[in-house]
Design a binder for this molecule. Structure first.
Ligand code: NAD
Length: 495
């Protein structure tokens, strides 16, 4: 069985806490690893090492930092299949999906390769007579990233490439459910020439998170995970004076207008609801069927569900893998049972499909007549369960989405450009798709939801990511002739 350790200052460090967490292969249910959970002292060790590394990394030229990022980009590209294999082994998603995750992460490294452009300051010559004013952005110091199980490669890559490129040192606290894939990232960063201590991994749970949130030498924390923990991280981190961006859970609605191409909308709904077994923060979990779209759409989705091949992610034929743990699979299944009790109609019941072996599989489910107030509508299920809410009008659809506490992503399917544009303007959500069901922004925009899907005011990666990991300094400068110098107690005026 694999022992998964911290990586601090370029060295593996074995936890002495005596506390461990089991890591599974979700496709077989077997325990494949044990991750050692950090003590407070081990977090402190990582922070100390990162702080020391920051002192020289922040003075490393843009040219040299750029070279490291380009080399890292090439190495990740070269090792993308290794990342994907490690990812599938602990997360369970199918290999093609793992590869897609790695490639979207790679785009964030490519964005970070443009660091010299992103960190350019501004300059105003002769802002006042003989006075120039310029601004620069400087790194914060030691920054930390706390990440969820569902994108163990990509979500850390939303964070550390930009943070490191901007001159910070970084501590990653991955999910304890699939913690080992980032060992490869650490190895490749080192091969790319990143000095030891600039990137560190601390394995752990709440003990590690709480120490990160209170450690005086950590300047900023990026968090991605569920809403209750995101809120906790934001409140605790900011109370301790840190800059915090905390991305939370989601309930993403896909509106289908009566004029939409029903076949296209059904394909999109099945892909976006059941891809990665619904364990995506941008998964579609609610269809809002407007007017006459409902019956044909439900029929088209029902027809497609049996074609989804559920199986071991390493099998090329599989399109959907298992869920992350047995407990999570059972929790997701319980939403289907509760939906029935609450009065929804279970059109397709994923619990009816049985699987051999001990894997954490659950086939796709489809619920009709879902309504606000039902647990399957109000809570994030984070599994392959798609609910349909029927509404009469476009305005009802907008109100439904706006009344929902989450505001991560949303999508509209229509052939009416005017309706789509109106939706884009009206709807309360941070990321909007027009005939695109999973509108994850490209790496040179930024990612973030509204409402309970994000705490803090800056989104992840892209320009807002660079902004988050740097602080601005404005310099006002003049080189006067000492012969003209005099005392003037008045407030400086620009002339
Ligand atoms: P989670 O909130 O359980 O865990 C996230 C991180 O927080 C992990 O590193 C975990 O170790 C830590 N953590 C867990 N409980 C903690 C506690 N009590 N105190 C301190 N730290 C704690 O989330 P998860 O189950 O790993 O991931 C799934 C969730 O993440 C879903 O809600 C999903 O929507 C969300 N997510 C959001 C986005 C986004 O961009 N908004 C992206 C991916 C996932």
């Amino acid at each position: 069985m694999k022992q998964i350790n911290h990586i601090i200052g370029g060295q593996e460090v074995v936890s002495t806490s005596g506390r461990t967490s089991e890591v599974f292969n979700p496709a077989t249910g077997e325990v494949t690893g044990l991750v050692g959970l950090a003590t407070v002292d081990e977090v402190d060790l990582a922070v100390g090492v990162a702080k020391a590394a920051f002192e020289s990394w922040k003075h490393t030229s843009l040219a040299r930092r750029t070279a490291v990022m380009f080399k890292f980009r090439d190495l990740v590209d070269q090792y993308q299949h290794d990342f994907a294999a490690r990812l599938t082994a602990e997360h369970g998603k199918v290999l093609s999906d793992s590869l897609g995750e790695v490639r979207r992460g790679l785009e964030n490294i490519e964005y970070a390769c443009g660091l010299s452009e992103h960190l350019k300051g501004e300059f105003s010559q002769e802002a006042s007579t003989d006075i120039d004013v310029y601004s620069v952005r400087q790194p914060l110091g030691v920054v930390a990233g706390i990440t969820p199980f569902n994108f163990p490669v990509m979500v850390p890559m939303w964070m550390y490439p930009n943070a490191i490129a901007a001159g910070n040192s970084f501590i990653l606290k991955p999910s304890e459910k699939d913690p080992s894939v980032n060992e490869l990232a650490a190895e490749l960063l080192s091969q790319a020439g990143l000095p030891d201590g600039v990137f560190n991994i601390v394995q752990g749970d709440k003990v590690a998170v709480d120490r990160i949130l209170e450690h005086p030498d950590i300047a900023a924390v990026s968090f991605v995970g569920s809403t209750p923990i995101a809120r906790y991280v934001y409140v605790t981190g900011t109370t301790n004076g840190k800059r915090v961006q905390a991305l939370g859970g989601a309930k993403n609605h896909m509106v289908v207008l009566p004029d939409a191409d029903i076949g296209l909308a059904a394909d999109a709904a099945v892909s976006a609801a059941y891809g990665s077994a619904g364990e995506r923060c941008m998964a579609i979990s609610v269809i809002v069927a407007v007017g006459s779209s409902a019956d044909p759409l439900i029929a088209a989705i029902t027809e497609r569900i049996p074609t989804v091949v559920v199986g071991d992610g390493t099998d090329e034929a599989s399109q959907m893998g298992p869920l992350i743990t047995r407990e999570h699979r059972d929790r997701v299944a319980s939403f289907v049972a509760n939906a029935e009790e609450d009065g929804a109609l279970v059109v397709v019941d994923g619990r009816e499909q049985s699987f051999e072996g001990g894997g954490f599989f659950l086939a796709p489910s489809l619920l009709d007549n879902v309504e606000p107030g039902m647990a399957c509508y109000e809570q994030e299920i984070f599994g392959p369960v798609l609910g349909v809410v029927r509404v009469g009008t476009y305005d009802e659809a907008i109100k439904l989405i706006d009344d929902n506490d989450f505001g991560n992503g949303t999508a509209i399917f229509t052939r009416d450009g005017g309706a789509a544009r109106r939706f884009q303007v009206d709807v309360d959500a941070g990321m909007v798709g027009i005939n695109v069901p999973v509108p994850v922004p490209v790496s040179y925009f930024s990612f973030g939801g509204w409402g309970d899907s994000l705490f803090g005011d800056s989104h992840a990666y892209g320009p807002e990511g660079i902004h988050f990991y740097t602080k601005a300094k404005v310099v006002t400068s003049r080189w006067p002739d000492p012969a003209t110098s005099s005392i003037d107690l008045g407030f400086p005026q620009n002339v």
